[in-house]
Design a protein. Sequence first.
Length: 111
Amino acid sequence: MTDPSATATVVLLLGLRRVVIDDVKRQLDRPGVQLVGGTGVDDVRSAFTHTRIDHVIMGAGLDLDTRLQIIREIFQTSDTTTVHMKDRVSGPDGFLPFIRSVLHGLEDYKP
C-alpha cells in the first residue's frame, strides 16, 4: 500500500484544543492535501517522526512560549516546512477561514 503522504501535501494543524482541530479537519476536504492535527510540541515531534510535513498552520490559542517552542522545533527539524500563524483578534471562529486562505495561497507554491 502506498503512503498517502508520499504524493499529498501534508499540513500539520496546531491548536489549543483537539476538538477544534478535529472539527476543522472534518470541514476541510481538499484533494491532494493530508491534514494532521496536534496541540503542542510533543505532537509536532511525533508528526515529523512519522511523515514529511510540508506546512504547519498554528492557531492563536496556544500561549506564546508554546508557539515559540513549536517554531524552534520545526525549524531545527526541517529545512523545507513553512509555518503560518493565525492572529488572535479573529478568535476561534477565524481558524477555519485562516486555514482555507493559507491553503488557497499555497496551491501554486512548489519549493
